[in-house]
Design a protein around this ligand. Structure first.
Ligand code: IFM
Length: 454
């Protein structure tokens, strides 16, 4: 296999039942932000504010998949990928997010084409319906703080399912609601850029309701697999002091259990200690906990916390002692063992309520040039992916049901507030020309998929 290190036969055997995939998201790869009737989303607004994006880039054209989706499908076929997780842009379908707006035919045509290209390439399409690009008009009306957004989401999902439901059987509903609530509404690091701290919590409930609403609609349209894509992180105390352990428990509650408990158990963890309440109405928890076919699980790194007495939050995030880091620096430590441990904890915590898990994102960025004339040798990425897959085999051996694995990302793309400064792709993209050049990790992943299937 290209790159090192390789897998032992037992590890390949353990991975044999998995489906392999890669992932992207609409705003990160499509470009064409003003074409064919596309409306504006909170990310269009966010990138327009000077200083919000590290390199001042604005996600257009970037990888330009709006015009190059056939190339992407060919890359997936070349990889031997079983599936492709991409996202549908809400504002290409309902440009202003409003109930009365007729779905935009050009937007639906685009995704229709993407689906057909994937199917022709032998790759199962797995669209995500919400990967952060909320229509601006809905944000003006309160965004995910407003329960009405859930109903508007349902109408958009209905329009997409009406058009694609005859060929698409696998769906992801919402991506990483924790990032939206915490980084988007509580801390202001991502769109829509609010700094509401604990007042942001209704956004958790409304996104989870959006998941349940979408799941119901998609099943009515013949879906066979519906899942949310939830990001998790094992929270580690910096020291053995009680205060650091308490800080870790609090962040675990906010980052992990606020999302997994309602989805899998139908109830929120005890919120009293935080002095907050969710805007729950009759029937909400049943809708949120409608059983999922699989649980989409995004994992990148653990988070280490230190207790602090003063400040808006009772903890600070600090570097993880002794861990190597990715291109993002000290707060993105590389600790594959924490993926294994988190999965085993999930199994213990949720028992028979836990459906099979699909790793719906895992990957790493490392410094790489904007231009390349020959394939980039990304040995660090290969080692990262290898070690996380090995950790996965250990979780499988410990009895955790794992159904699939997804590399973030197929392509280098627009990394939100970090613009084009962080590259996660198996395929290098020149952001000026759109040219795609597979890296050695692409070859490695292709060889791995072939070896698992052999
Ligand atoms: O690029 C993001 C993606 O949109 C959501 N999950 C994490 C990735 C890397 O930061």
């Amino acid at each position: 296999m290209a790159g090192t290190p390789e897998f032992a036969p037992q590890a390949l055997q353990a991975l044999n039942g998995l489906r392999f995939s890669t992932a992207t998201a609409a705003f990160q790869i499509e470009g064409a932000r003003t074409l064919d009737g596309r409306g504006r989303s909170i990310w269009d607004d966010f990138v327009d504010v000077p200083g919000n994006v590290l390199d001042s880039s604005a996600a257009d054209p970037g990888p330009d998949s709006y015009h190059r989706s056939a190339e992407d499908a060919a890359l997936l076929a070349g990889l031997g990928a079983d599936r492709y997780r991409f996202s549908i842009s809400w504002v290409r379908i309902i440009p202003d997010g409003q109930r009365s707006t007729k779905p935009n035919a050009a937007g639906l045509d685009y995704y229709d084409r993407v689906v057909d290209e994937l199917l022709a390439a032998g790759v199962t399409p797995e669209p995500t319906l919400y990967h952060w690009d909320l229509p601006t008009e809905l944000e003006v009306a309160g965004g995910w703080l407003n329960r009405d957004t859930v109903h508007r989401f349902g109408e958009y999902v209905e329009a997409v399912a009406n058009r694609l439901g005859d060929r698409v059987r696998h769906w992801y509903t919402i991506n990483e609601p924790a990032s939206t609530s915490l980084q988007g509404y509580a801390l202001g690091e991502l769109a829509p850029g609010h700094t509401m701290l604990f007042d942001a919590l209704p956004t958790v409930h409304h996104q989870l309701l959006a998941h349940g609403t979408a799941a119901t609609i998609l099943r009515e349209h013949g879906a066979q697999q519906v899942a949310p894509a939830i990001n998790h992180s094992l929270i580690l105390p910096e020291t053995d002091e009680d205060a650091d352990h308490r800080a870790a428990t609090t962040l675990d509650l906010i980052f992990n259990r606020f999302f997994a408990d309602p989805l899998l158990l139908g109830e929120y963890p005890d919120l009293e200690a935080l002095g907050v309440q969710m805007p729950i109405r009759d029937g909400d928890m049943e809708l949120i906990s409608t059983p999922c076919d699989v649980y989409g699980f995004n994992y990148y790194n653990p988070t280490t916390v230190r207790s602090v007495d003063e400040g808006p939050l009772p903890f600070d995030m600090v570097p993880t002692p002794g861990a190597a880091t990715t291109g993002f620096g000290p707060l993105w430590p590389i600790r594959p063992d924490t993926l294994r441990d988190f999965l085993i904890d999930m199994r213990t915590r949720y028992g028979s309520s836990l459906p099979p898990i699909v790793i719906s994102e895992n990957g790493a960025s490392f410094p790489e040039p904007e231009e390349c004339t020959e394939p980039i040798r990304d040995d660090e990425r290969i080692a990262y992916l290898h070690d996380h897959l090995l950790a996965l085999t250990e979780a499988i051996a410990a009895g955790v049901p794992i159904a699939g694995y997804t590399v973030w990302s197929l392509l280098d793309n627009f990394e939100w507030a970090d613009g084009y400064t962080q590259r996660f792709g198996l395929v290098h993209v020149n952001m000026t020309t759109g040219q795609r050049t597979p890296k050695s990790s692409y070859e490695w992943y292709r060889n791995l998929i072939a070896a698992v299937r052999a």
